[in-house]
Design a protein around this ligand. Structure first.
Ligand code: ACK
Length: 892
């Protein structure tokens, strides 16, 4: 508090200045007035001009005594028990201050205690203390004045002061002496400055000065700058052999192994000769060196493949980031030396940067000598230029090539038969039935399109190859049926020959053929051909379960992102494991992008962490415009996060409900095409989604739909739609094919069924499949051949496709590539979408089942909200916006 000096002078002579002593005989000086018996009193006392020194609010403390009017002899008359206090602001001393009219009233002051004659006799001073504050003040100074209107008072003291927050040093930051603001609860923010070799940590230190003159709410702080540490409130330099590099660390630390600090005040330690550090190594990490060579290398030759295996180096160089590189050299005949292996040799999983201690080298030449050099490297190998590379070498000789490794570069023969019933066929001759017509087409290409086929007709296709050694056997026979829509068929084939030049060819109908195949072959057999035969260049999905250590799977497929590159800005939803947020991702050297951030909530178990990161291990294997893209994972800090591309329009079901009726049919078909294309990619990769539904599709700002939710799609624990079946598994009943519900037969064909349901969801703008029917009723109805009716305004061609996806026999359902092709055709030819499902076809009971009446009863019941009987009429209240038609009045 700062006391402002003042002295009082009277405006009128009635106020008497008296020098007295108090009860302790200390001298006191009072101003008194006591003209209680006289009318019209107006006695003034004013102060000198008080310089307020910049204070915007001043406090006035008054001490006074006041006589109780009731104790006065002769009645109270005009006696008063209060007086008034006034002020007048100016920038300097003024004569006008002596004019009463200029003053502004501060308050009327009453006494808490008044005294009587008795008190006087006892010499008891009943001293009152009152404090008033005044502000906001805008001038340099102020006059105060006291007005008496007929009381008996003695003003003993007037103290005028203001409050200030005093100079302060806190957490190495200095805050200046500060005058508070003028408003009662106002806080004045003051930025401190770091003293004594200190720096602000994260942000400049701040404190807040209250009107009470107290420092409040400290924010930020200063810490000693690198090379210094805080001891007893001041920054002391680090000693020799010690360093401090990070503002966050408290004290100087001893240099880590193989590093030194030769001077005081070191901010980092330098590596001893032969030891190195890379920028990403933390400062407290020891300096390291390159590893020694791998040990115990062995090889295992299998035909023209070699499996190489080795043990970790004896000396890892002090680092954990050891990787292995393979140098492959072919030994040329006749001592002509060595030649680096060409690009045809395949290394699985790769040639350089291997984290495991084994590699498979495939597609080597048969009966050839090779020399392999295995090298171990780590993060500092690049820096250690003087360090001689250490290899271990292995010499191997390949054997004869097996059946399946050499690509023939000769002619192929494609054979087409138009056939009715399938006949037994031999491998030596073409197998067209005698009564069928056939065509042989010779081609050097490995893919061909056959057009002009008859719609809805059966065909058989085989292929054989010819090399310089002669003809090979015919391939396995592919039977297929052209659809009502497609009369073109593409066959692509890959063929492999063994070294004896007997061409044995495998033919794979093109994964991209546009035929609407209804092949009768066993789907299991078909799958074997599509998925289990791994052709070079066809990528397959790797189940993270095949990794002993799930963390390894995550880091194999997902990039680790430093959390400092991510800013969390908004929470956009709640996921199974924690919040889903969004914000910008700024990777160095890349343009900033918006991302979705799935977080793992605190307090998770190791199992939950694994389950959470499972999704990243799967998603990281995919790269397709209709599959949600994984940007990376954050596992080195908490919370653990999965970072994916950001999809502005969120999940498809909610998006469609929000925009009911807003899109053209072409836009909706475009969305469906995208989903089918994503699913085609997944099925080509051999991945079965198991939970394909509109809620698991995300939509971006360009209406591009992407398949997401690979989380626990294997067990579906996270889908609120998933219900327990009688067999104990959890399944989203409404989206799942009957065979998957009944005996867990999940295949790409069951994904196709779900895709049909997604089509229905899209065309009905997010309607719930089977509405409010119970799961049990849905299972029963589907079993009884009931299928969802065509959504309102749905093109017939799309509804036919949905119905095909819901074929009971899974091999009769279209494949995803066929679906993509059909949708492409529809988009190219919009008039094919003009014909809408008419109202009588907006239901579907296939004639295979005679239980129509039973089914229809339970089906119709699901639309009835309320039954009202009115006289002899039955009124049914039906659900709004549903496709209702009358099947049979009697049944209703
Ligand atoms: O329907 P939504 O808005 O879309 O609410 C859910 C929520 O997070 C919980 O899953 C949204 N979401 C999930 N992944 C993404 C993403 N990559 N981009 C945008 N939103 C997302 C989802």
């Amino acid at each position: 508090r700062t006391i402002i000096s003042l002295c009082l002078s009277q405006l009128q002579r009635e106020v008497i200045e008296i020098g007295e002593v108090d009860e302790d005989y200390a001298p006191i000086h009072t101003y008194q007035v006591c003209r209680v018996m006289e009318q019209n009193q107006n006695n003034w006392l004013h102060t000198n001009w008080i310089l307020t020194e910049g204070a915007q609010r001043v406090f006035i403390e008054l001490k006074f005594t006041l006589r109780d009017c009731n104790s006065l002899p002769g009645g109270v008359g005009t006696c008063k028990e209060t007086f008034n206090m006034y002020y007048y602001e100016t920038d300097g001393e003024e004569d006008r201050a002596l004019k009463e009219s200029r003053y502004i009233k501060i308050d009327t002051i009453a006494a808490d205690e008044s005294f009587t004659e008795l008190d006087l006799g006892d010499r008891v001073m009943k001293l009152n203390t009152e404090v008033r504050d005044l502000g906001p003040l805008t001038h340099k100074g102020v006059y105060l004045a006291f007005q008496d209107l007929g009381a008996c008072i003695a003003l003993v003291s007037v103290r005028v002061f203001y409050k200030r927050c005093p100079f302060l040093v806190k957490s190495l930051a200095e805050f200046p002496d500060t005058i508070p603001g003028s408003e009662a609860s106002q806080l004045v923010e003051v930025v401190g400055h770091c003293v004594n070799n200190s720096l602000p940590l994260y942000e400049p230190p701040r404190m807040h000065c209250s009107t009470e003159g107290e420092w409040l709410v400290p924010i930020g702080k200063c810490v000693c700058q690198p090379g210094f540490e805080e001891i007893n409130g001041s920054c002391q330099v680090c000693k020799v052999g010690f360093y401090r590099s990070l503002l966050e660390s408290l004290a100087c630390s001893k240099c880590p192994p193989h590093s030194v600090a030769r001077q005081t005040g070191a901010t980092a330690c330098s590596c001893e000769d032969g030891y190195y550090k890379i920028d990403s190594d933390p400062p407290n990490m020891a300096c390291t060196r390159p590893p020694s060579a791998p040990r115990n290398a062995i090889s295992n030759v299998n035909e023209t493949s070699v499996f190489l295996e080795w043990s970790v180096p004896m000396e890892m160089g002090g680092r954990k980031d050891v990787r292995y590189n393979i140098l492959c050299r072919q030994v040329l005949p006749d001592g002509r030396g060595l030649e680096e292996c060409g690009p045809n040799v395949r290394f699985l999983p790769r040639r350089v940067g291997l984290s495991n201690t084994s590699v498979m080298v495939a597609d080597l030449q048969s009966h050839t000598n090779y020399s392999f050099l295995l090298e171990a490297v780590n993060g500092v190998s690049e820096l250690a230029k003087d360090h001689a590379k250490q290899y271990v070498s292995l010499n191997v000789t390949t054997n004869q090539a097996g059946m399946s490794r050499q690509i023939c570069h000769n002619s192929q023969y494609f054979l087409f038969c138009q056939s009715q019933p399938p006949h037994e066929f031999s491998n030596q001759h073409h197998s067209c039935p005698q009564d069928s017509s056939y065509t042989i087409i010779k081609s050097k290409e490995t893919e061909m399109v056959v057009e002009g086929l008859k719609p809805s007709s059966a065909y058989i296709f085989q292929v054989r190859a010819r090399t310089s050694a002669g003809y090979g056997a015919f391939s396995r026979r592919f039977e297929f049926q052209t659809s009502p829509y497609f009369t073109a068929f593409t066959c692509a084939q890959k063929q492999y020959c063994d070294m004896a030049f007997i061409p044995m060819c495998l033919c794979v109908p093109s994964l991209r053929r546009c035929g609407y195949s209804k092949a009768k072959q066993d789907p299991e057999e078909e799958k074997m051909h599509f998925h289990n035969v791994k052709f070079p260049g066809v990528r397959t999905y790797i189940d993270p379960l095949t990794y002993e250590d799930p963390n390894q799977a995550v880091h194999e497929f997902a990039q680790e992102i430093d959390v400092s590159f991510i800013s969390i800005e908004r929470i956009i939803g709640a996921g199974e494991f924690g919040e889903v947020c969004s914000g910008p991702l700024r990777l160095p050297g890349k343009r900033e992008i918006q991302v979705a951030i799935k977080t793992l909530k605190a307090g998770y178990t190791e199992q939950q962490r694994r389950d959470f990161l499972w999704e990243a291990s799967i998603m990281g294997q995919f790269n397709h415009p209709n599959i949600i893209r994984l940007e990376g994972v954050v596992t080195k800090s908490k919370p653990v996060m999965i970072i994916t591309e950001y999809m502005e329009n969120g999940s498809l079901d909610t998006f469609l409900k929000k925009n009911d009726g807003q899109f053209t049919v072409i836009q909706l078909v475009g969305m469906l095409r995208g989903i089918a294309s994503g699913m085609r990619y997944l099925s080509d990769m051999g991945y079965v989604h198991r939970d394909l539904a509109a809620r698991n599709i995300l939509v971006n700002s360009n209406l591009v739909c992407k398949v997401s939710d690979f989380g626990l799609s294997r067990v579906l624990e996270d889908d609120p739609e998933a219900a327990y079946t009688t067999r104990g598994g959890k399944i989203p009943i409404r989206w799942t094919a009957p065979e998957a519900i009944a005996y867990r037969k999940f295949t790409s064909a069951s994904d196709v069924w779900s895709y049909g349901i997604v089509m229905w969801e899209v065309m009905s703008y997010g309607e719930r499949p089977y509405w409010e029917m119970s799961n049990q009723d849905v299972i029963k109805a589907v079993e009884e051949s009931y299928r969802l009716p065509g959504p309102m305004d749905c093109p017939e061609a799309l509804y036919h496709l949905m119905m095909d996806c819901w074929q009971r026999e899974r091999s009769n359902r279209p494949k995803f590539d066929e679906i993509v092709c059909l949708l492409d055709k529809l988009i190219r030819n919009p008039s094919s979408l003009k014909k809408l499902v008419n109202s009588s076809h907006r239901y579907e009971f296939t004639p295979q089942n005679n239980n129509v009446s039973k089914t229809s009863q339970s089906y119709v019941k699901s639309f009835i909200l309320k039954k009202i009987y009115f006289e002899n009429l039955l009124i049914l209240m039906l659900k709004p916006n549903t496709n209702i038609y009358l099947i049979n009045q009697c049944h209703i």
